[in-house]
Design a protein around this ligand. Structure first.
Ligand SMILES: *[C@@H]1O[C@H](CO)[C@@H](O)[C@H](O)[C@H]1NC(C)=O
Ligand SMILES: *[C@@H]1O[C@H](CO)[C@@H](O)[C@H](O)[C@H]1NC(C)=O
Length: 247
């Protein structure tokens, strides 16, 4: 009897040890992944690709220009645009506060490639003409209300912009119900090899406390409308600009 027990113990031992090692490995990997913010697709944290170098532009300046990106789409489509993707190009090399160069807003209704960022690029080209295009975007920072999709991030790389600053992230938009191509701007940036100089500085989640509200109502009928708008039964309960009271 006792001999049998001993044998059983011996047989069990190596197995138990492997199980223990495996559990430790799983725990370690879980920990490593949860703390690895620089890994691609590592969640929804602020993009850390450049976190080792502090942003030279004050946060308040970033926020001011992000509000300008919001204004680019609101001024064109009203206070609750269905596609609230706005973008503005700013030159921070002329002054730290920055100088507005041109802006654009999503107009997918007329052209599926006309996302906010592409609209801004086209407006810039139209406004400033061909001769300077070779180096034109080199000094420019692009502010966008949402993380550039792979198409837009690629276009921004081909343009050779200096910085890409965005608010609401791709994973957040997916969460809100938007159909997304889930390749992060950071990934497109990292995989653009020998495309243009400089490799743009990427900064995400700027002023999301003001941009998120524009993205949360389209696919969630209980979602709150942006300021100045209300659900309207006449338009399938979408958010529309509140009628001005006659009082
Ligand atoms: C970009 O900035 C540099 C340095 O301020 C300046 O010399 C250059 O002319 C600028 N390029 C363009 C296209 O504005
Ligand atoms: C959003 O947060 C920024 C700080 O990051 C703050 O300056 C701004 O006032 C906030 N906006 C609202 C509407 O609370």
């Amino acid at each position: 009897m006792e001999e049998e027990e001993e044998k059983k113990k011996k047989r069990r031992k190596p197995y138990d040890r492997h199980l223990f090692l495996r559990l430790m490995l799983i725990l370690f990997l879980g920990f490593a992944l949860s703390t690895c913010k620089a890994c691609p697709n590592a969640g929804d944290g602020v993009l850390s690709i450049h976190l080792s170098t502090a942003d030279p532009i004050p946060g308040s300046v970033r926020e001011t220009w992000m509000r300008e990106a919001i204004a680019a789409v609101v001024s064109l489509h009203g206070p609750c645009p269905f596609q609230p993707f706005g973008a503005v190009f700013v030159d921070h090399t002329l002054s730290q506060e920055g100088v507005k160069i041109c802006a654009g807003a999503n107009h997918e209704i007329s052209d599926p490639t006309l996302h906010g960022e592409v609209a801004a690029i086209r407006n810039c080209v139209a406004k400033h003409g061909q001769p300077r295009i070779g180096s034109f975007f080199k000094n420019l920072s692009l502010y966008s209300t949402a993380e550039p999709c792979p198409m837009c991030m690629s276009a921004l790389r081909w343009a050779g912009v200096r910085e890409v600053i965005f608010a609401t992230t791709t994973p957040r938009l997916s969460e809100f119900g938007w159909g997304m191509i889930e390749i992060r701007a950071e990934e497109v940036n990292a995989k653009s090899v020998n495309v243009r100089d400089p490799v743009p500085y990427l900064l995400g989640e700027i002023l999301t406390n003001e941009t998120d509200q524009f993205f949360t109502w389209q696919f969630d009928k209980s979602g709150k409308c942006p300021a100045g708008c209300a659900r309207d039964a006449k338009t399938s309960n979408l958010c529309v600009k509140k009628a001005v009271s006659s009082m």
